[in-house]
Design a protein around this ligand. Structure first.
Ligand code: AMP
Length: 280
């Protein structure tokens, strides 16, 4: 496995590979890799000649009071994991080389109004700008994104469509621990006690799913979900929503495909999760 830190070297390598007609699969991450990331990489490995993984804790997507400085990092373990599953290139650009002197950014519209976008102004502009730059540097045919970050996935899909970026986006199912909690680098912030109650996140999604199936109305379902979380002292709701799959706007029309999306603080750690419910 080659580790590349220089942007120009990565881009020239990708250009060479394209000239040799190699297909490139790309997995952008913020590192501190876990089994969810591994699943994305294994998907990329299956169908591409070359797999590039990037590790970049993107400062543009963090707000001023967010966890940029303490975001978990372990380049050594990440390198070992990538090597063990035959990643070809690990791209680890330094922060300033990707973000300095940026006079241009990509700002999504509409899809970022809801869910995480509503409470994290500028977050998805930071995501889009850096993902677009990484696409231009690594020149992938396909790029892999987790359904766990459903709003990010939808916005990236919109970005490649609206800007005619020739990259195919492959959504990958959320990978979960034995008790249903989605793997996340931020799970490492949880104390043992907090980890014990963190299953309240998938549990509230299960509760909402059941109540949708029982034909309860939106308001009653959301009130029941809030009461369910209120019963746990260490948990605090950021949002609990039922949204339209296409627009991500709140909906009470459960005869369309909908997404149950939640963001819940467990102590100081914000955990997000979601479930798509297809109307059949
Ligand atoms: P991150 O390093 O958190 O920015 O995530 C990098 C990529 O991994 C994103 O596309 C995430 O959606 C995806 N991802 C994170 N957690 C999971 C998970 N539990 N299952 C599947 N994909 C995930």
């Amino acid at each position: 496995m080659n580790i590349i830190t220089d942007i120009k070297e990565m881009q020239e390598t990708a250009i060479k590979l394209k000239k040799q007609d190699k297909s490139i699969g790309f997995v952008p991450t913020m590192g501190y890799l876990h089994i969810g990331h591994k699943e994305l990489i294994l998907n990329a490995r299956k169908t591409n000649d070359i797999v590039i993984v990037s590790i970049f804790v993107n400062p543009l997507q963090f707000g001023i009071n967010e966890d940029l400085d303490k975001y978990p990092r372990n380049i050594c373990a990440d390198t070992q994991l990538c090597e063990s599953i035959n990643v070809d290139f690990l791209f680890i650009p330094d922060t300033s080389s990707l973000t300095q002197n940026l006079l241009m950014q990509i700002q999504p519209s509409r899809l970022d109004q809801y869910l995480c976008g509503a409470s994290r102004p500028g977050h998805f502009t930071g995501v889009c700008t850096i993902v677009a730059k990484l696409f231009n540097i690594t020149l992938p045919d396909t790029a892999y994104f987790g359904k766990k970050d459903i709003q990010q996935l939808k916005i990236i899909e919109q970005m490649v469509m609206d800007l005619n970026i020739p990259v195919r986006i492959i959504p990958v199912e959320t990978v979960r621990e034995h008790d249903g909690l989605a793997y996340s680098s931020r799970n490492s912030y949880l104390t043992q006690k907090e980890r014990g109650i963190a299953t309240i996140v998938p549990d509230v999604i299960n509760l909402i799913t059941q109540q949708i199936k029982s034909h309860l109305g939106r308001e009653e379902i959301l009130n029941n979900a809030l009461t369910f979380i209120d019963n746990e002292k260490l948990a605090l709701v950021n949002y609990i929503e039922i949204v339209d799959e296409k627009t991500l706007a709140p909906t009470d029309d459960f005869k369309q495909n909908i997404v149950i999306a939640v963001a819940i603080y467990i102590g100081n750690t914000k955990l997000i999760d979601n479930r798509l419910i297809k109307y059949t």
